[in-house]
Design a protein around this ligand. Sequence first.
Ligand SMILES: C[S@@+](CC[C@H](N)C(=O)[O-])C[C@H]1O[C@@H](n2cnc3c(N)ncnc32)[C@H](O)[C@@H]1O
Length: 209
Amino acid sequence: MSTEVRHPIFARLYARMSPRVDAKGGAEHRRELLAGLSGRVLELGAGNGLTFPYYPDAVSEVVAIEPEAYLRDRAHEAAAASRIRVTVVDAVADRLPFPDESFDAAVASLVLCSVPDQPAALAELRRILRPTGELRFYEHVRPSNPRTAALWQRFDDWNIYPRIAGGCHAARDTEGAIRAAGFTIESCRRFPFKGGPVSAPHILGTARR
Ligand SMILES: C[S@@+](CC[C@H](N)C(=O)[O-])C[C@H]1O[C@@H](n2cnc3c(N)ncnc32)[C@H](O)[C@@H]1O
């Protein structure tokens, strides 16, 4: 069993707050994120399983990894109530316990901000995707304004934001990291959204392996 990700206070806060954020627009983003998916899908860091209700019927199976124990228990509960078959697994993003090319699609929802090693996580996602596989992403990212970005970068570098937000980083260039990992971005919509204490730019899109 993985014991590497422990955020007991954040996990409980997230489980309580995230449905409220979904009620204010997050749920629509999840629906858009997953629209048109089919086949066998890996979901990275599924948290309390808020995406599960939005998988289309054409998805045959979702394998959802979640390393944080409290959130994983909540994900198991969400999986039990899901129309789609969802298997929840205790694992971390930079060592996915799955063979090469074993998934049709991968989903990263508000998680590439939190993984400690973003390039390693993206390399793992490319590895487990079939050659035509796609990565769907919905992430908050670094602000475009250079002064704001520099300030948020300091919050990350000084471990202020990660410490209060369960390892989350405020200033990551996740779109750039997806490209750098070798994916081809097919669509990427950028928009402001208040998923946390302040509004942050979010990206939502599709990248091809
Ligand atoms: C902000 S929550 C998002 C949860 C969920 N994906 C959602 O959309 O609501 C970030 C998630 O990343 C998970 N996480 C943190 N480090 C991780 C890692 N190394 N590998 C996989 N997931 C991780 C956390 O446990 C948490 O569930």
